[in-house]
Write a protein that binds this ligand. Structure first.
Ligand code: 5GP
Length: 112
């Protein structure tokens, strides 16, 4: 399976890993779009959010919880944005589900 983020989980591709548990891994984005830019991924191969099935609800919930845990650890819990790009037309470029955590600058609304 050609999955870049599985290779990061397996330490075949290096990354600056900042959080790990039995379900999730988080690491710094290689091309940060904010002073803090973290990717939170499941250890299970789910290509995109809309591919998750009902048996994976706990994984999705865990990922959302993990964003808060990571934000607390980084001391950004009062101001961060979570983004999921779902599908190429929505900007997804890596097809292993990931939640972007962005913080450290002002974010406009609506998003671009
Ligand atoms: P997407 O565009 O799919 O929502 O987000 C993919 C993210 O993965 C991008 O922000 C991109 O910079 C990041 N990325 C792509 N390749 C690598 C890599 O090899 N290492 C790390 N740490 N991030 C990557």
């Amino acid at each position: 399976m050609d999955d870049l983020f599985l290779k990061i989980i397996d330490r075949e591709v290096p990354a600056n890993i900042i959080y790990e548990d039995e379900i999730a891994l988080a690491f710094e984005d290689i091309n940060p779009q904010a002073p803090t830019h973290i990717l939170v991924i499941p250890k299970t191969h789910i290509p995109k959010l809309s591919d998750a099935d009902s048996s994976q609800k706990d994984i999705l919930g865990h990922l959302m919880w993990a964003t808060g845990e990571i934000a607390r650890q980084l001391d950004i819990e009062d101001a961060y944005r979570v983004v999921v790009n779902n599908g190429a037309k929505a900007g997804q470029s890596v097809f292993h589900l990931h939640l972007h955590i962005l913080s450290g600058r002002v974010f406009s609304w609506p998003p671009g």
